[in-house]
Ligand binder design. Sequence first.
Ligand code: ADP
Length: 479
Amino acid sequence: MLKSLKHRLALLLAAFLLVSIALFFLIANREIESLFITHANDQQEQRIQQIIFQVNDLFQNPNGTVSLDGLETIGNAALQNGILLHVTTLNREIDWDITTHKSDECNLILQHREMNMHSRYPTFEGGYEQRIEEITYNGIVIGEITLGYYGPFTFDDAELELVDALNRLLIILGTTFIVIAAVLGLVIAASISKPISSASTAARRISQGEYGVQIAERYTTAELQSLVDSINEMSSILKAKEEQKHRLTADVAHELRTPLTNLQGFIEAVIDGIWEPTTEMMVSCHEEIERLTRIVNLLLELDKYEDKRITLQYSSFSAMELCASVVNMFLLPAQEKNIRLQYSTDAFADICYADEGRLKQCMVNLVSNALRYTPEGGSIDVSYQNEEWYHVFAVRDTGIGISEENLEQIFERFFRADKSRNQKTGGIGIGLTITKAIVDMHGGIISVNSEPGKGSCFTIKIPKADVSQLDRNETEREE
Ligand code: ADP
């Protein structure tokens, strides 16, 4: 079964933290324990040494007498610390044993110590141990001290309480840390998995045709935000494409309907015997068919450019020669319309590296538009300029111009500023769209300046390096 990323991450983090914390507390516990054992052993040794010293001190009397009361005091104090004192002299004059004085109390104290140790370490292997030390006077051994205790080491009540308190503290701290770690793990896991699950939900909705879906949340992890951005961008592009597809279908249907309706009307009138199929009528029909064919051919051409199915044929050529040949193509129709058509340049060098044929097609489109939208007596100037980074071609006319609100849509498919006028001029609103597509393929820029009633100026800027070269330079510069 598939587990969610959130659960997986949370589990992984929780397991990792649990093991780390458990390990930390285990080590801390062992260290504290061993510190206490060393401390307990040191304490025991100190007490024993103190008893030995005190007993020896009692025997340092030059007149040979020893205070039995003093022995009793030392013995009682030792007993409180879990040590049973037995003092004998070699001449058997003194044989003082705490067990003969306080037998019950001795048993009780030893049992209590044993209980203490077993309560702390259930498997503690201890038992009654004895240690024998000498009593000396002027360097001569005069007796011995026997020290009995529950060993190898013991904790008294205060020490045991302290060890237990420390262990309790460790357990409380450990549990608190584990709870904090688990909560933190969940929060971190959620913060990582949330953007991914949002992205996956959005991707699923997009795949189901819900284009334009956007993930609104912003995330602080760069990679996750970049994933979300990519999904949002993909969704917007798909939406735009979808809208473009709908618009194209509507536009094409709309454009084809008029000539088709005209044709249908003519033919139906002939069939019904209303009109005679005259040559004039046939010419009209032929014109409509020609228009339909032109629309279809232009659309097919545009599709190839927009789908990037055409590869540009780069070559070096003279920009001025290109302008001259375009101007020459239109000299006769310009003359007929009494329009002054000329070309100029102030460039010393004019060698261009681009797709000559397609660039010429762009210039032909611009000049033919200029001719179409410039009234008699006007003028059209074609020019070339050699700028630092671009080859700049311009077509300036003194025609009808384009209003500001139309300027934005001028390069859109089927856009015509004045449909009725264009119907007469034969324009179908695809020429500039194709021109822009060709310029785009070159990595260039097409722009227009226009003033209604005064004229327009279309400018094409073609980058000097070919597009791939330019892309590479761009990437290198970014790096
Ligand atoms: P068309 O086949 O209609 O000329 P274009 O795409 O070439 O199609 O042009 C789109 C529209 O832009 C034209 O219908 C016209 O309204 C406007 N236009 C283009 N060039 C000019 C120009 N030089 N002067 C004025 N209007 C222009």
